[in-house]
Structures are given as structure tokens and as C-alpha cells.
Design a protein around this ligand. Structure first.
Ligand code: FEO
Length: 396
């Protein structure tokens, strides 16, 4: 397999995982890539590796440029195993030391006790192979150990997970692929991986303004080499919790009562001129829901009560969402119950504990919504729509 030239002396030597469909709980219908990069010169440098089953693919791509044994330095920008699990094998082959941030060294020792590592500090520069490499700590993007590596001469920023997409394609650059697919995947990736670290993204974007970036070489999906301003602007907006006049109504249902409520609430929201997306959890997985939540101003959750508890698919979704902390939005809860309620209140409390504002009391009905209950659902939707509009007015 061949390496792909990124710029003079810098090559993509990663792997394409065409068939991965779940990435720790995030569905990846378009697969993913693990991007590793080779810098050649007086010294040969490997930046990150690939998931262990793809080691041979990486080696084959490196071999199309140099003898892999001639790698002098390995840089690990991020300890997570999709990028680090080939480190022991490539170190055994090359004898090269692995450079990582302070927490990277600590994390790598815990993962691979035999690995020889050396710490590089935030802001430290090294000269190697005719290039100047600068290390920039970016903790929590996506783990505490994360760092960027910047090559000054070529203005290439190796940004590991940041700006990634789970997107397998035979193309390697952002200007070569379908733009709608690309930005859908970039948004889904942000919503499911980066969202809890909005504050860190804001700090990182401030740091990034100090450097001239021509190529943004992320660890997943395509490399950004054209119109970088667009993805940087989107990251700024997502990190600032910028939302649209949009609500997501997400629910599950046992005997259609909660479905009817969801549809009436959606109708009420729509009547106020607000966009609504309605998703039933049996047919939509949690990571797709989060993609819709990313630019939504309200998340409205419907749950039936099952055995005095919230419905399992709703519990899954709400716990997942709580971890991702989509703050700067508000939520509301509704649902049907038979003889003892409680599910809607439990969902309400969980959403509140995840940082959502919860201005409405949960609306629960017994068994089946008839005309009066349907009307109340529509009114609830109208109040939600009004609140979304008021938030726009407040922002000016
Ligand atoms: Fe792609 Fe956080 O690893």
C-alpha cells in the first residue's frame, strides 16, 4: 500500500477502517480512519500510529517511502489506543524513542510498561530532519494527555482527535469529498467526542490563532487543506454552544401514547415557526440524536414508565447525553404511565444534572392521550417554541 503525500517530505501513512460500525458506543456508518504521518529528512519522524490490527497496513505505507526501520523519532500526540496500540511494535522494529506530553508519558507507561518514552513540554521545540517541531499541550482534546505537534516550515498542525471525522474514504483531503457528508460527519464527531470539552476548545482556538496553519492534519477522516476557516469557525460556534431556532423531540413508546404526545408537542413547536426534529429511539441511535442536539436550543424527551422506571432506551440516551453535557440549551420531559409514574421526573432530574436548564415541569398522562391531553401537549410545544424564540430575541 502507498503513502499519500501531504506536502514536501510529509506523508500520510495511516489506515482506513472501512467496516467499523461502532466506536465506543458511537455508530460509525461511514467507518473511520486512523491517520499516522511520516516526516522524512535527515531524521525520519513518525507522528502517531494506528489501531493494532492495522499495523501491517501502516508499515506497508511507510515502506513505500522509506525502510520503516529507519524511523528515528516517534511522536505520540494522544494515548488512546486507536492511535497508540501499534507503538510497542514500531518501537521494537525501529528502536526509536516515543516523545509525548507529561501526561502522555504517564498514560503510555500505564498502557505499555515496556515502552521507552521521553517527555516534551508545552511550547518545546525540537529541530529534526530539517524541520522545527513545536509541541502544544491541548489537555482534554480528547484525553488529558493530548497535544498538538506543529511543523513551522510547512505550517502543518497535527491536531490528533480535534477536527476529526469518523469517515472512511479513498480520498485523503477535505476538498476531494462530498462536502455535505464531510460536515455531517464533522458535526457528529464534535457532538459525540468533543462536546464535553467546549471550554478547552475555546482555549485551543485562541492558541491556534497565534500560529499560521496551512494544513490541519487530524487523526480521523480527511486532512483539511482548503478553506480551513470554515471548520475553525464551526468549532468556535459549537464550542460557544451556538444554537439555532430548533428543537429535538426524542422519545420511545410502548403502546403509542408517548408517540402521540411527541407528535403533538412537535406540532405545537412547529406552529411557532421553530424547526423540529422528531426521533424515536428504537429507530435512531444515541449518537445520531446527539448530532441533532448539537445545534438545537431545546431537547424534549419522552419516556413511557416501565416497572416504575424510565424506559430502557430513554435511560441509555439520557445517561449518554448527560456525559456529553450539552449546556446552553434547555430541556423538557413528557410521557405516559399506567398506575405509577415516576419515569418522567427521573429523566427530568438526570437532564438537569447534565447541565440543561429545565424550566418546565414534566408533563405526564395516564395511559392514553385523548383530546384534552393532546391539546395540552400542543400547548406545551407552543410554550417551548415561544421560549426558543425569546432566546433569539434576548441574543439580539
Ligand atoms: Fe481517536 Fe481519543 O482517540
Amino acid at each position: 500500500m502507498d503513502a499519500i503525500r501531504v506536502t514536501d517530505g510529509i506523508y500520510w501513512v495511516g489506515a482506513i477502517d472501512w467496516n467499523i460500525r461502532s466506536f465506543h458506543g458511537y455508530t460509525t456508518p461511514r467507518g473511520s480512519t486512523y491517520n499516522a504521518f511520516l516526516i522524512t529528512g535527515e531524521k525520519n519522524i513518525l507522528i502517531d500510529t494506528v489501531k493494532r490490527p492495522f499495523y501491517e497496513e501502516m508499515l506497508s505505507r511507510i515502506s513505500s517511502i522509506i525502510d520503516p526501520a529507519k524511523i528515528d523519532i516517534i511522536i505520540s500526540n494522544h494515548t488512546e489506543m486507536d492511535h497508540s496500540s501499534s507503538l510497542p511494535m514500531i518501537q521494537e522494529l525501529t528502536g526509536a524513542t516515543v516523545l509525548a506530553s507529561r501526561l502522555g508519558v504517564e498514560g503510555l507507561r500505564l498502557h505499555y510498561p515496556e515502552l521507552r518514552t521521553e517527555m516534551v513540554a508545552d511550547g518545546q521545540e525540537i529541530r529534526a530532519g530539517g524541520k522545527t517541531l513545536k509541541f502544544i499541550d491541548t489537555p482534554m482534546l480528547h484525553w488529558p494527555d493530548s497535544m498538538f505537534t506543529y511543523v513551522e516550515e510547512d505550517k502543518v498542525l497535527f491536531s490528533m482527535d480535534a477536527f476529526g471525522q469518523h469517515y472512511a474514504t479513498s480520498k485523503r483531503f477535505n476538498d476531494e469529498v462530498d462536502q455535505d457528508e464531510l460536515f455531517q460527519e464533522a458535526a457528529k464527531y464534535y457532538a459525540n467526542i468533543i462536546l464535553p470539552f467546549n471550554a478547552r476548545v475555546r482555549q485551543t482556538i485562541e492558541k491556534a490563532k497565534e500560529i499560521d496553519i496551512q494544513i490541519l492534519a487530524t487523526s480521523h477522516g480527511v486532512i483539511w487543506r482548503k478553506d480551513l476557516g470554515k471548520i475553525l469557525q464551526l468549532y468556535s460556534e459549537w464550542a460557544a454552544s451556538r444554537t439555532e431556532e430548533k428543537a429535538v423531540v426524542v422519545y420511545d413508546t410502548m403502546w403509542n401514547s408517548t408517540r402521540i404526545m411527541a407528535e403533538e408537542i412537535a406540532e405545537g413547536i412547529t406552529s411557532r415557526g421553530v424547526e423540529v426534529v422528531v426521533l424515536k429511539l428504537t429507530d435512531n441511535d444515541r449518537s445520531e440524536v446527539m448530532k441533532e442536539v448539537l445545534d438545537a436550543r431545546a431537547v424534549i424527551v419522552g419516556t413511557p414508565t416501565l416497572n416504575n422506571n424510565m424506559y430502557p432506551s430513554v435511560a441509555d440516551m439520557v445517561y449518554y447525553m448527560r456525559g456529553l453535557r450539552p449546556t446552553g440549551r434547555f430541556g423538557a420531559v413528557f410521557g405516559s404511565y399506567g398506575w405509577a409514574g415516576g419515569a418522567a421526573k427521573a429523566v427530568h432530574e438526570l437532564m438537569q444534572s447534565g447541565g440543561l436548564e429545565m424550566p418546565f415541569e414534566p408533563y405526564q398522562i395516564r395511559y392514553v392521550p385523548h383530546e384534552e391531553e393532546r391539546r395540552k401537549c400542543r400547548e406545551m410545544g407552543q410554550r417551548i417554541g415561544d421560549r426558543i424564540k425569546e432566546m433569539s430575541a434576548a441574543k439580539g
